[in-house]
Design a protein around this ligand. Structure first.
Ligand SMILES: Cc1cc2nc3c(=O)[nH]c(=O)nc-3n(C[C@H](O)[C@H](O)[C@H](O)COP(=O)(O)O)c2cc1C
Length: 220
């Protein structure tokens, strides 16, 4: 790790910019995109739940179907090398099969599973208070997916690949179109956010950020 300098990482963060137009002649290689997907897979998630799936949406007809309901990526869809739809798990309750399977995969025995699930119950019911609605629970899993989103965009920027995170779409319509086309089971999964990858067609706008003292408070 020590061979990466802070300046190199900062340069990557300055380089990253929400890219609205991609170069149609430059494609991100499959190998580089697999590196980006690996960054998603390695991302942390609350209680190690990994409540995500990543749909690499390359089918041109399906991309066209999304266009009219996705204003936020209308200028990108034709030229993006990759369109990634990030799904979040629905109904990820502590007592769901989803959680039980996760703990089994980690090699816990039945007694350890019961204890862990009891802790998750307390966590979900009281601490983060997400059990009173399906929406709250879905928002909790969606939050985890944004960590993978950020890691992919940062890791892409560090090797000179551009991206744009996408919330600019009609969620109900995108969910419907993808589910109707068999992309996922809408009972189990929902679209959390999307992201495109490619190489920028032109220099981005100047970066605007609030000064550090406006966003950081030190309490000593
Ligand atoms: C979760 C999220 C969703 C976004 N959705 C869109 C979008 O749909 N379309 C778009 O062009 N930009 C989108 N953006 C990009 C932001 O407008 C952009 O990140 C912000 O203006 C800061 O600019 P920068 O990323 O170039 O530094 C989104 C950003 C985030 C983090």
């Amino acid at each position: 790790m020590s061979n990466i300098t802070k300046q190199q990482v900062l340069d990557g963060f300055y380089f990253r910019a929400a890219t609205r137009r991609y170069d149609p002649l430059k494609r991100v290689s499959r190998e580089d995109f697999e590196y980006i997907l690996e960054l998603a897979r390695l991302s942390p998630s609350s209680v190690g739940s990994e409540p995500w799936k990543f749909l690499v949406l390359q089918n041109p007809e399906l991309r066209q179907q999304l266009k009219p309901v996705s204003w936020g990526m209308a200028t990108q869809l034709d030229d993006a090398s990759y369109l990634l739809v990030i799904l979040a798990k629905k109904n990820a309750r502590y007592d769901s099969d989803f959680f039980r399977q996760g703990l089994l995969r980690r090699g816990l025995n039945p007694e350890q599973i019961s204890k862990t699930l009891a802790r998750y119950q307390q966590f979900q019911a009281t601490d983060i208070d997400v059990l009173d609605s399906e929406r709250a629970l879905f928002d909790w899993t969606s939050k985890q997916t944004y960590i993978a989103l950020a890691n992919m965009m940062s890791g892409a920027a560090l090797i000179g690949i551009d991206s744009c995170p996408i919330e600019g779409f009609n969620y109900a319509e995108v969910n419907r179109i993808l589910a109707e086309n068999g992309a996922f089971d809408a009972e189990e999964w929902g679209v959390s956010v999307m992201v495109t990858f490619g190489y920028r067609a032109k220099a981005p706008n100047a970066k605007y950020r609030k000064p550090i003292e406006d966003v950081v408070t030190w309490i000593e």
